[in-house]
Design a protein around this ligand. Structure first.
Ligand SMILES: [Zn+2]
Ligand SMILES: [Zn+2]
Length: 349
């Protein structure tokens, strides 16, 4: 049996294991992808650290190969994998829907009741090969290098969040400058936002906001900074038209809500560690705001939009890639992310 290098979660504790494993056998309706580049997501860091979320989510799946952001080449196709050919360059939509639940049958596969997530519930992309349902393979433009194409997932999350309402001519607060937040800054600027206000507590990350064209940058960790006052000043006392939350921090949520104008739109992608207190009455009801929860990417509306921003160069994803390592050096990448000294870390087998 052919062997491949792969990265495993083998024990219910912090860490990972790099080892050889058989190349996956594809089923009908699957394609085999030779991984050319894979990248580390926040989710992978949770899995590596085996934090409370990971303990709850992946205990039953161990041992398995993790990782889900990928770009590679199709080397084998199963029966009935229409539209995908050997040699295609592809990335993966990581939500694998059941296809038959209420949500799947009403155009909302991204919130499928029985969803499986690549590299969380199934063997993932931190490997030389990965098997993927053909419907989840997204064909990339061959002009885009694999090490850039692998970072499309965070771009997709940003596209879904940003375009869940109007953007052109709007003032927009964006909380949380990880890769997704930074992409959101670029998208808002490209889509004609009036003013983009980027907020984080980390100077390194805020540097990317600047790079991607944010008009106002607020570092909430700087002593003496009053985030709410700075946002109100930047919006002439009105508050922002749109509030995008990527930080997953209660303080960010409440600052964003407090500085959203009456009638504004809040779109929340951040995942919060536990329930927290929110002023629903004054912050939401009387202000008549619209609040949307954002999960994953719309399949595949979001991907078409993301492709357009990527291929026209309006969003320069390559700027987010701070490190490129060999797959077996993955632990180095995890440690850089733990120290918050990197944005997108790409691994090449
Ligand atoms: Zn991801
Ligand atoms: Zn479903």
């Amino acid at each position: 049996m052919e062997k491949m290098l792969s990265v495993w979660k083998t024990a219910p504790k912090a860490g990972l294991e790099v080892k050889e494993a058989p190349v996956p056998k594809i089923k009908d309706n699957e394609v085999l992808i030779k991984v050319k580049a894979t990248s580390i997501c926040g989710t992978d860091l949770h899995i590596y650290e085996y934090d409370p979320w990971a303990q709850k989510r992946i205990a039953k799946n161990i041992p398995y190969i993790f990782g889900h952001e990928v770009a590679g080449e199709v080397v084998e196709v199963g029966k009935g994998t229409g539209g995908i050919s050997i040699g295609d360059h592809v990335s993966a939509e990581t939500h694998i829907p059941c296809g038959y639940c209420y949500q799947c049958r009403t155009g909302n596969e991204h919130i499928c009741q029985n969803v499986k997530i690549l590299g969380v519930d199934t063997n993932g992309t931190f490997a030389q090969y990965v098997a993927l349902p053909y419907k989840n393979a997204w064909i990339n433009d061959k002009k885009i290098p694999h090490w850039i194409a692998t970072a499309q997932e965070p771009l997709g999350n940003a596209v879904h969040t940003v375009f869940s309402g109007e953007v052109a001519g709007k003032t927009i607060t964006i909380f949380g400058m990880g890769p997704i937040g930074a992409c959101a800054v670029a998208l808002c600027k490209a889509a004609g936002a009036d003013k983009v206000i980027a907020i984080d507590r980390d100077e390194f990350r805020l540097g990317f906001a600047k790079e991607f064209g944010a008009d106002v940058i607020i570092n909430g960790a700087t002593p003496g900074t009053d985030t709410r006052k700075e946002i109100m000043d930047a919006t002439n006392g009105l508050g922002a038209d749109v509030f995008l939350e990527f930080a997953g921090a209660p303080a960010a949520f409440n600052d964003g809500l407090a500085t959203l104008r009456a009638g504004g739109r809040a779109s929340i992608l951040g995942v919060f560690p536990k329930p927290f207190e929110v002023d629903v009455t004054d912050g939401m009801v009387f202000k008549g705001i619209t609040l949307t929860g954002i999960n994953g990417r719309k399949m595949y509306d979001t991907w078409y939009k993301a492709r357009s921003f990527l291929s026209t160069g309006k969003v320069k994803l390559e700027k987010l890639v701070t490190h490129r390592f060999k797959l077996f050096e993955i632990e180095k990448g995890m440690q850089i992310l733990q120290k918050k000294e990197g944005m997108k870390i790409v691994l090449e087998p």
